[in-house]
Ligand binder design. Sequence first.
Ligand code: IPM
Ligand code: MG
Length: 369
Amino acid sequence: MDARIAVLGGDGIGPEVTVESVKVLDAVGRRFNHEFTYVTGPVGGLAIDTTGQALPTDTMNIVLGSDAVLFGAVGGPKWDDPQAKIRPEDGILALRKSLGLFANLRPCKVYEQLIDASPLRPELLVDVDFIIVRELTGGLYFGKPKRRWENSRGRRAVDTLAYSEKEIERVVRIAFELARDRKKRVHSLDKMNVMESSRLWREIATEVGIEYPDVDLIHMLADNAAMQIITNPSIFDVIVAENTFGDILSDEAAVIGGSLGMLPSASVSSLPPKNGRRRRGGKPSLYEPIHGSAPDIAGKSLANPMASILSAAMLLRLSLGLESEAQAVENAVESVLTEGYRTGDIATTGERPLTTSQVGDMIAGLVAG
Ligand code: IPM
Ligand code: MG
């Protein structure tokens, strides 16, 4: 198969981890006879420095001409002035919005090999395997008005949490579709005790749920969910939530498994066809680790490339329909963990951590066979 992949490393550790994913994709190409070509362009802080835009038009054109996007991370202290007109994060937000990627899939899996690295007691980690479906192009991130101003009484700012029924329906539907192929349980999160938008969310989730009688729908307040994720994580199968709730809870969920450096994500506008074929046409989906640019460790070869590599596996599966190839990558990650090779974030005391590229080389080596 031929595929054109836009590789946007971004800032901080973004480029370092994405390079390792490309190594792994190359290994997949060699082993399974695929021709992957890579196109690249600036995004985020570095793009602001060189072009004045967080998502330059040239980069957007590269993205639109590709089959899928492998994204690193954006942001850093250099661009963190709260008064700044343009922010690196605008780059990723604009990409998600303009590609219509309204569903962000964040699988939270606990690897047996990493139980020691988890802050939770091992008995809480039995059977933990859930996926967060985060609404990604609406909610508090995108609602209007969104602005800041000043009047005689001082400075003020507003963000708006708004949803149309269509926006809620389509993302909740994705959650139900995923649950059908899993443990058939959807937890829909909201704050219906406080927010009007949450009451609409709950109503629509209930309506969609009627079409999926084989799936259990449980409504849960988002704050309660924050507690359950660390006290009772094995109750969850599929969680669906508003953009901001999903952002916050997925960072929380990530550390259950030992490190933020392990969690991949896929941002999509639909699920792949059930016949396992590759979806043609339409706008590309985007794959990125859920961690950020981690400026404190950037350039030191300390970052864990596994979240990015696992995102590349999701790309193979969801955008290219390459299930065996995706599994080969996931198996290689597991094997490396089983052998005890780790970057610093998941190493236990006494272990000598490997560098980002050593881990990438090992995974690529295993994939190549
Ligand atoms: C994420 C990140 C982004 C978000 C930032 C970088 C804009 O935290 O993907 O979770 O808030 O969506
Ligand atoms: Mg986040």
